[in-house]
Design a protein around this ligand. Sequence first.
Ligand code: NAP
Length: 480
Amino acid sequence: MSTAGEHEQGTATSSNNTLGSEQRPLRVAIVGSGPSGFFTAQALLKAGISVHVDIFERLPTPYGLVRTGVAPDHQKIKSVSKVFERIAANDACHFWGNVTIGEDIAVDELRRHYDAVVFAQGAQTDRRLNIPGEDLPGSYTATEFVAWYNGHPDYVDRQFDLSSETVAVIGQGNVAVDVCRILAKTPDELKTTDIAAHALEQLAESRVKTIYMIGRRGPVQAKFTHLELLELDDLADAEPIVDRAELELEPASWDDLKRNSGAEVERVYESLKRIAYEEHPPRARQIHIVFRRKPLRIVGGEHVEGLEIERTRLVSEGTRVRAEGTGETEVIPCGIVFRSVGYLGVPLPGVPFDEENGVIPNRSGRVLENGAVLPGVYTAGWIKRGPTGIIGTNRADAKETVEALLEDLPSLTPCAEPDSTQVARHFEYTGRRIVSFDDWTRIDREEMRRGEEASKIREKFVNVMDMLHLIEKTKMEPSP
Ligand code: NAP
């Protein structure tokens, strides 16, 4: 246990054997190594107490959605991993990759070795639409498509049939925009990114020409941000199309716009207007941004053949604007549907869960069981608040959780076995191969090397066994 760096700052004042003192550092396990996990670690390391932080991750690779969710052509956003690298470099912070909490080690077992556990595993699945035809071949979730093109090992074998010329994307959040953009880009626009090789290959064969991005509400209620929208207007051989008539606002939307004057909503609306009135040279692919249509049914027998939608009218309900069906329906003929209606958290054995909202019930990060605080158990990120916000949102969110934890420090019950070597022994005994941060840097270096060879930013490993073999192989090689 080191007292290096930020961690050292607060230790001088602690002199007794209480949690957080030099003699008895506070031991925290963080479940999940995405942005919320790393920002939680950062807040703990800056807290001015002596801490030992172990971050557990299901994959051998860290950074969660920064690696497997952020689009490959958004490298600037992905560069936040440099911040996480610096956090991981702190001697008080340790990465335990390739471990599934609840499978490789039970939550109760974890609690025997840590004074506090913070669940920050994110939202791992997608919301369902609950409409007929949702599971027809050719109907996919955006989350699986995103994970596939980002080389997530669990999604490598997914097949996306891109032989149809028309695609319907349901939802108008930033994930829907990512999906439309990746479908619309030329291979040349993608080939130097860190997109998975299998995805680049299949996208190069794609026959997709017409993409509909469909929102059940209007232009003022679209969830995407204006910078992401403008990226659609800056593609090599594709153009966004907005019907001017759809930008006319009903009273409910005017009220909404007035309420959000000067905010992102206004910038989005202005950008949509600009796009609608722009003259485009004809391009190979069109992205139609369509408003006030709700999905009713995915049509087809053996495969998707169309999407039945219903026109909506927007009505105010307090400060919210709701879409109401008008009874007027139509079918968009298409061979592919992507459902992009939000991520959803999944329960972890031994941890309270709110099924309705897909989150861990909590108050400011303190986990609640039947309404009462569960001592020593905390949560951060999407599994705490739901799948909203940008990466930076997780910094403030994690800070709130760590503040709650520090407030509780005097009353926390010290764990029974404050020793990470016992945890390591558990995995030795069960035969689980742990991937350390040093191991990950071996994977990282090799991916960068392969990337250089292929004139890409990075060529990802997409198979866990290949990653583990690489680690073993490089460990046997003499150091450079
Ligand atoms: P989101 O922003 O919540 O968007 C979900 C979309 O699905 C909304 O348009 C929503 O419409 C629609 N929807 C939900 N249920 C529906 C239903 N039953 N029928 C029809 N439409 C339905 O979610 P997301 O796009 O998955 O993004 C998740 C978070 O990640 C967001 O905070 C996003 O900004 C962030 N993100 C950021 C970036 C970036 O910064 N570049 C990239 C990707 C993701 P309603 O509004 O009517 O509910």
